[in-house]
Design a protein around this ligand. Structure first.
Ligand code: ZN
Length: 302
């Protein structure tokens, strides 16, 4: 292992909720953000500034931004797909960091943001520049880095070329996302190690969906290969409206349980995360996918 501590980036308020059928109101989103902060989250993807017709669950992005707690120690991320989204996010004055998305294949890039893959790289570089111009920071996620819902296998060389082009814009990090949950730990270890070497000293973040049960194994492989930040969603909520069959993110509780038990510090409070899973499940009237919150506590509380 390269490290004894890992940053967990909470994505439940955005990736977690964007694909939900149940409409979640702005006050409940803000309560979720409060709970994440209370559990120790210090970087949170709070919303996305996208076309509300395309993603209705994110139509209240401005209201969420306006309601964010005033915390100097928390970095709030707004996901944006284009210059207009960047301008909206920056105009709120409450978003600390813009998250851009570059998609590894043309077909998915067209479905997700009506651009070619190369077009999404140019757009992401412009978004990072807009954030920097406004005195904020920018980062970028390479979506479908391990497989595409439309084109199938994605060549590692394609992801490496994108990472090299994106690194030139000076993002605070580059993330590799398994948007549709098809990655395996060997692939993850190989690709994370190559991207890490290519973009150093820019760090590598990872984003996994547990669609086929490989999420936690992929987290472990990514950390072993040098990733420094892991995206996770409380409850294991999540999915992409533009990727057929996409399901939940790795759950924050499950990631924290695995890492803390393995001696890798996350700064997060597992009990508070489990409580939030139960609160969120009650709000959505269903049992959430995360597993640790459904199991007996171990070790037992004294
Ligand atoms: Zn995702």
């Amino acid at each position: 292992m390269y490290t004894n501590s890992i940053e967990v980036l909470e994505v439940a308020p955005r990736d977690g909720l964007q694909n939900e059928k149940t409409a979640i109101g702005t006050p409940d989103k803000l309560a979720l953000i409060d709970r994440a902060i209370a559990a120790g989250a210090r970087r949170i993807e709070v919303t996305s500034f996208v076309n509300p017709r395309a993603v209705p669950q994110m139509a209240d992005a401005d209201a969420v931004a306006a309601g964010l707690p005033d915390r100097d120690d928390v970095t709030y991320i707004g996901l944006v797909m284009n210059q207009r989204g960047a301008e909206r996010a920056l105009a709120t004055g409450r978003i600390d960091q813009l998250g851009a998305v570059a998609v590894a294949t043309d077909t998915f890039a067209m479905a997700n943001q009506n651009q070619t893959s190369d077009g999404s790289v140019y757009a992401a570089r412009a978004i990072i520049a807009a954030a920097q111009g406004a005195g904020r920071t920018g980062q970028v996620t390479i979506a479908a880095a391990f497989g595409c819902p439309f084109e199938g296998e994605v060549a590692e060389a394609r992801v490496l070329a994108m990472a090299a082009a994106l690194a030139q814009a000076g993002p605070v990090e580059i993330a590799l996302a398994d948007t549709i949950g098809v990655a395996n730990p060997a692939h993850v270890g190989r690709l994370v190690a190559q991207v890490r070497d290519l973009i150093a000293p820019i760090p590598v973040r990872v984003h996994f969906h547990n669609t086929r049960g490989t999420g936690l194994a992929n987290v472990w492989a990514a950390i072993a290969a040098g990733a420094t930040t892991v995206d996770a969603a409380i409850g294991g909520l999540g999915g992409c409206p533009f990727a057929p069959g996409a399901s939940g993110n790795v759950s924050t509780e499950d990631v924290v349980y695995m890492l803390e038990r393995a001696g890798i510090a996350t700064g997060l409070d597992l009990g508070a995360l489990i409580d939030t899973n139960h609160w969120l499940g009650a709000l959505m009237d269903r049992t959430l996918p995360g597993m640790v919150a459904r199991a007996p506590r171990f070790p037992k509380l004294s």
